[in-house]
Design a protein around this ligand. Structure first.
Ligand SMILES: [Zn+2]
Ligand SMILES: [Zn+2]
Length: 127
């Protein structure tokens, strides 16, 4: 089950960032732009949407690759557990090769650049 965190700018109305951890991705999505997958057949692995400080944007990061792909999302989460993955692992930005971090707290707003992003909500998506 993936979980998400919403960060919003403390100054402007428009600035926000949604980080997602341990979402499944499937056969139709590429590794550079994985997209959430409903969970039946051809589950390729797990990915997260993390914060890139250099880009000041949310970027995808592959957390787990299944070889071969699995029939159900449960297999991906079981494998992640076996490997000791929490979903909060940091990664590398495919755009700038900078570090991706698992939190947007205290980061500069991508819209107004004056404000600071603050955590305002957290939720879990059913896999
Ligand atoms: Zn702002
Ligand atoms: Zn970047």
């Amino acid at each position: 089950m993936a979980f998400s965190r919403l960060y919003a700018c403390d100054t402007c109305e428009a600035g926000e960032a949604v980080l997602t951890f341990a979402e499944t991705w499937g056969a139709d999505s590429s590794e550079s732009a994985p997209s959430p997958y409903p969970g039946f057949g051809n589950v390729q692995g797990l990915f997260s949407m993390l914060w890139c400080r250099t880009c000041r944007a949310v970027r995808p990061c592959i957390l787990l690759r299944l070889q071969p792909p699995a029939a159900h999302a449960v297999v991906a989460y079981a494998e992640a557990q076996r490997q000791g993955l929490t979903g909060y692992e940091a990664g590398v930005c495919q755009e700038c090769q900078g570090a991706l971090i698992a939190s947007g707290e205290g980061e500069p707003c991508p819209v107004c650049a004056i404000g600071t992003l603050r955590l305002i909500g957290e939720w879990e998506d059913a896999a």
